[in-house]
Design a protein around this ligand. Structure first.
Ligand SMILES: [Mn+2]
Length: 320
């Protein structure tokens, strides 16, 4: 991060009348929470803001204020583009419009260690979540952290730390969480809304996915085929959680889920226990992420992808 990038971002925002704020495809709590939290903060400063994402917001986040304003449109004539929680620009998917992205300044605010610095100005910090960076930035801008903003930001902190369980949960993270609760965010209610929200059909789906799981050395892994998704009638978002469950088994240091994504590619999700890094393997296959949570997307047949990724992960684990 350049020393002056925060000053530059502040200047760009203060000079902008309208801002397009976009986050990554298949948005998670941090993507949604940072987008909405920043949106509410910038509106206090009189900015027109539009929150954008290629994919719909999963229903467990519908309690967040402003969620219905999300649109799947690329930037229009806004003065400024802010991209949140994206390690690389392809993470915003179909919302990337090269012409528009060249016409307005692009600010990249993110916490992925693998970030490609794709913005005209980049604010990339090694924090637990993008919301942590947004929180500090809103304070700097003099925005008031309302209950709605605090709720959006705390949702992102909770999901990116798996409820404050991962090794990226620092003293700073908990300080921010405390400040957000003091500002009115209700952690128990947020946790209930986000985590106790599975439709019953997901139970059957977990049964299918975990029923074919295998243990290979320290790797617990499974596959989710298009046919399984169809048969069990589960939406993409319903497939979440399987990989974390696999990584949480005692024998495993790493959990991996291979999923046919319906666009001819295999999505590979990886999770690990503290002290084990899966981001380097993800990066070597063109993906990215965090030490404990990473992923990539590869074209090919699922069996062949499984063999390649599992072999690479075994080799990586042998060196860790
Ligand atoms: Mn994040």
């Amino acid at each position: 991060m350049k020393a002056n990038s925060i000053d530059q971002i502040e200047m760009l925002i203060r000079n902008a009348g309208s801002v397009w704020i976009g986050c990554h495809i298949f948005p998670d709590g941090d993507a949604i929470g940072s987008t909405l939290g920043l949106m509410w903060g910038l509106r206090q400063l009189g900015k027109k803001c539009v929150p954008a994402c290629q994919d719909p917001v999963p229903s467990q986040f519908s309690f967040l204020s402003g969620v219905l304003e999300f649109t799947a449109r690329a930037p229009g004539d806004e003065d400024l583009i802010i991209v949140l929680d994206c390690g690389s620009l392809d993470r915003i998917g179909s919302l990337y419009d090269p012409t528009r992205f060249e016409r307005s300044p692009v600010i990249n605010i993110d916490h992925h260690i693998t970030n490609t610095s794709f913005g005209d100005v980049n604010l990339v910090q090694d924090k637990s979540a993008t919301v942590e960076i947004v929180y500090a930035f809103l304070l700097r801008l003099g925005a008031e952290i309302t209950k709605d903003i605090a709720t959006c930001l705390l949702s992102g902190l909770s999901t990116d730390t798996r409820s404050f369980r991962t090794s990226n949960t620092t003293v700073d993270t908990l300080r921010v969480a405390t400040a957000l609760m003091e500002a009115g965010a209700d952690l128990a209610e947020i946790s209930h809304q986000i985590y106790d929200h599975m439709p019953f059909s997901t139970a059957g789906f977990f049964g299918r996915a975990l029923g074919v799981a295998k243990l290979r050395g320290r790797i617990a892994w499974t596959e989710i085929t298009k046919a399984m998704m169809r048969e069990m009638n589960v939406a993409q978002a319903g497939a979440r959680g399987v990989v974390s469950f696999l990584a949480s088994t005692r024998e495993a240091d790493v959990g991996i889920v291979f999923r046919e994504n319906g666009h001819g590619k295999i999505d590979v999700e990886m999770r690990s226990v503290p002290g084990v890094d899966v981001s380097q393997v993800a990066l070597s296959f063109g993906g990215g992420g965090h030490p404990q949570a990473a992923g990539c997307s590869l074209p090919g047949e699922i069996k062949e992808i499984e063999e390649r990724v599992l072999a690479a992960m075994e080799e990586s684990l042998g060196k860790q």
